[in-house]
Design a protein around this ligand. Structure first.
Ligand SMILES: Cc1ncc(COP(=O)(O)O)c(C=O)c1O
Length: 405
């Protein structure tokens, strides 16, 4: 193409910086073990937290859905893209996460892109209005992009340092007498590069004190966090106290695609009218809808799956720390193994793959310079033998690369 030289220059720059993102393809389902180039490797990099991507009941539901409800919807929701199963799934999600209602999107990315402009770009009967979003500095790209879609003429965006509740309170206090229409506090429930949690109980308090809407993206928490997998509100004892919860069906809950926003009945009804990714984009296909229903049913009935995830996580965290690797402390299945330079993370990822472990590196600009890491993600699909194999490979490669003594 005419401008390929521009792309080539940038691609060369990425290569030179050793930050090129390689895709390592495999030829088997997403599971505890996958097949890379004919060789079995342990999967330690997926969001398949509960092993539902290849669960027999989830797959059966998807197959049955195709037979009974067809393959695709060929429509947006309000034209002819709503089947009874879409309504059923929305009810189930709302019940599970403890909100009055929920609305489906094609992804959580779309949900987060939908939420902010749907509220902030609308006059709602008032010509003169101004809104403000207080956003955690480590929030996911989809929240950032959602905020970017809000008109700067009528909205302010104030970034507070990751989990710096004192700074957030200062910002809220300073704005106390400003006549804002909506005040929104937006945060990830789990910060996906760190495996750390938002301080949800304190955020709930602040939102109450300053009449702000608390928006929490619980993508890495739904099905994962809390005794029964209901997410960060369950873990921090604030179920039903978070105003808006967004989440994904593309990680623990089946791992295919789809997202949602849960909140009050009125807000969800409003989003059905106003949010552009809902109104102008296809509705979720039946196999995903039915498989997601099956996944939530499974999760609600069988508590041992979440327990297995938590046990596996504790086992790996203990083992990797005992080997001498520096990890970010915590209890989430995202376990960042800190390595420093991007090239080290890059090289270690390749060496681990050779040793039978699939794990990927993250580096600047995804994480700060000098904080490159391997992001291990634990799953209920892993056996103890899988985890032991991974720990063994980390030890061998770590010693070879002189990361371990
Ligand atoms: C915190 C967070 N929010 C949103 C998303 C987007 O989710 P989806 O894949 O459903 O678009 C992700 C996915 O990586 C995420 O980690």
């Amino acid at each position: 193409m005419k401008y390929d030289n521009i792309f080539t220059d940038e691609l060369n720059r990425i290569h030179d910086a050793n930050t090129y993102k390689y895709e390592t393809s495999f030829s088997t389902p997403q599971a505890g073990e996958v097949n890379v180039n004919g060789k079995k490797v342990v999967m330690m990099a997926s969001n398949n937290y509960l092993g539902m991507s290849n669960h027999s009941l989830v797959k059966k539901a998807a197959i049955e859905a195709i037979k009974e409800y067809g393959y695709g919807m060929a429509s947006v929701r309000f034209l002819c893209g709503t089947q009874t199963i879409h309504l059923e799934l929305e009810k189930k999600i709302a019940k599970f996460i403890g909100t009055e209602d929920a609305i489906l999107f094609s992804s959580a990315f779309a949900a987060n892109n939908a939420f902010f402009p749907s509220l902030l770009n609308e006059k709602l009967g008032s010509e003169n209005y101004r809104d403000v979003i207080y956003t955690d500095g480590l929030n996911h790209a989809s929240i950032i992009d959602g905020m970017r879609l809000c008109k700067p003429e009528t909205s302010d965006r104030k970034i507070y340092k990751n989990n710096d509740i004192a700074q957030l309170e200062q910002l809220l206090e300073a704005d106390k007498n400003t006549e804002y229409r909506f005040r929104i506090i937006a945060t990830d429930g789990v910060f996906s590069m760190e495996g750390s949690y938002a301080h949800l109980a304190q955020l709930v308090e602040l939102a109450k004190k300053y009449s702000a809407i608390l928006f929490v993206d619980d993508c890495h928490a739904i099905g994962v966090v809390g005794k029964t997998g209901r997410g960060t509100p369950e873990k921090f004892g604030v179920l039903k106290n978070v105003d808006v919860l967004s989440g994904t069906l593309g990680k623990a809950i089946g791992g295919a695609l789809g997202g949602y926003i849960g909140g009050s009945k009125k807000m969800v009804e409003y989003l059905r009218q106003k949010s552009r990714p809902y109104t102008f984009s296809n509705s979720l296909p039946p196999p995903i809808v039915m498989a997601s229903i099956a996944a939530i049913d499974l999760l609600s009935k069988d508590r041992s799956i979440v327990q297995r995830l938590h046990d596996n996580t504790a086992y790996f965290r203990k083992g990797i720390a005992a080997l001498g690797f520096r990890i970010l402390e915590g209890d989430h299945p995202i376990v960042p193994v800190m390595l420093g330079e991007a090239s080290v993370a890059q090289e270690m990822s390749k060496a681990l793959l050779k040793a039978g472990v699939y794990v990927k590196g993250l580096w600047f600009p995804v994480v700060p310079k000098g904080e490159a890491r391997l992001r291990v993600q634990i799953s209920a699909a892993l056996t103890k033998k899988n985890i032991d194999h991974a720990l063994g490979a980390f030890e061998t490669v770590g010693k070879k690369m002189k990361i371990l003594p």
